[in-house]
Design a binder for this molecule. Structure first.
Ligand code: ZN
Length: 172
């Protein structure tokens, strides 16, 4: 039931995790992708947004998109910038960056709860748990399935498409 976001596989303090209903998960991903797509400038940043967008329950099924922070495509070299970018994307989402694009009104209290918890997890994540194999798998996946090297945005929602399409279109 629902989706969980946890730090990494050796972390057992369940106080430090985020559990969301399937509905809240969709909203959480949507607001992050809206904010992140607006902020992203480098290839790495755009690909992090696309990674979040690919947590797409409309494609992979509800309740299947939970993850470990250590599953994200972090790089050792870029970790500080990547972390900083995600924290800014969270901040933008909390400030309702482009929420008006959505054809529903997110429940602010629930979304803020989820974003606060996610922010805490990103802040706590220790670079010793970075597994660059995840980054390389993600690069291989993008090379194989992304339709183009250009970063294409959904015309309706102005967010980066993941290889199977727009996470916000799939949610409606
Ligand atoms: Zn769309």
């Amino acid at each position: 039931m629902g989706n969980r976001i946890l730090l990494h596989r050796e972390h057992h303090n369940l106080e430090e995790h985020l559990k969301m209903s399937n509905g809240l998960t969709s909203v959480f991903i949507a607001v992050l992708v809206l904010s992140g797509s607006t902020l992203a400038q480098t290839k790495n940043e755009k690909e992090l947004v696309i990674w979040l967008a690919s947590r797409d329950q409309g494609v992979y099924g509800i309740g299947t998109v939970g993850f470990y922070i250590s599953d994200m495509p972090w790089t050792q070299m870029g970790f500080a910038d990547e972390k900083n970018f995600l924290l800014r994307a969270i901040e933008g989402a909390r400030a309702k960056q482009r929420w008006d694009i959505l054809d529903y009104s997110p429940n602010e209290e629930f979304v803020t709860f989820a974003l606060d918890r996610f922010e805490n997890l990103i802040s706590l994540f220790d670079e010793q748990y970075i597994d660059e194999a995840k980054f390389h798998e993600w690069q291989d996946y993008l090379k194989r399935y992304a339709t183009s090297d250009d970063f294409i945005m959904c015309e309706k929602h102005g967010v980066y498409l993941h290889p199977v399409g727009c996470v916000i279109c799939h949610d409606t």
